[in-house]
Design a binder for this molecule. Sequence first.
Ligand SMILES: [Zn+2]
Length: 307
Amino acid sequence: MRTDERTLAYGGGWLDRAAALRADPGWIAARLSDPESVLLPLWRDRCLVSVDRAPVRRSAAEAAGLCAAADETVFLGLDAGRAVFAVDLSGLDDAEARELAGAAEAVDVRVLVGGLGAAEAAVQAYAKGLLHWHRGQRFCGGCGAATVAGDGGHTRSCTGPGCGRLLFPRIEPAVIVLVEAPGEPERCLLARHRGAAEDSWSTLAGFVEVGESLEDAVRRELAEEAGVTVVDVAYQGSQAWPFPAGLMVGFRATAASTEVRVDGEELVEARWFSRAELRERVAAGRPLGRIDSIDHHLLWSWLDGRS
Ligand SMILES: [Zn+2]
């Protein structure tokens, strides 16, 4: 399957996030008691699913007990006017959470993604990322007092006297880069990462550091990990990656030379591949990046001669 920017897994803006409405606690309470509203229970970063591995959906009417047992209930958005909430059952043990939700098992969304519709995968990933953030922000980093959720679960604020710090969900951007060799023949740089399978090659990626632009991060990562200086850095697209808090920002860049010198830490090997070599790998059934990742998208775009 090839994807374009619009259909990269885990994104797509499927819900109306209704930012103006969710700020009103009265409106949120009314949606929570509206029998048309939908609750999506999650447990410790996992989707709760039925025996056929469909994510469990409960109506607000039949699931009052879910919210009572939840660590947090957050408003995700409106789906054709119907409110959708994520309910975090992480405080229960596995069996209790499954029983309360009416679920058969708890499974990571990345395991399910091939069998889910694009909108469902996006909403489950969004729910996972937002609930994960809440679990890690229960106390203020400034004064240590407890924090409480607001804005339907899209902020937390500190309850400490004289503090009142407002916390927003944290996003951690990372750059992912397809590097082309200078001149002919046309080749791209792929690397084997430490801990990856013997024949597993992927594009290079790394987190953006404080005080860097995205382009700065591309240049630094390539220099640090592969000893490659890049002369052009061009934005290709981005992907929501809430596992737990990522945003993958895809680039294409051109190397100043074909010399490669891996750091031996994160990368154990890096080398140049022609399109013919990559097509041979695909024909032999060897994967070209994970199907749900922008890595796959960048590689296929290059193979197709697109930017
Ligand atoms: Zn505080």
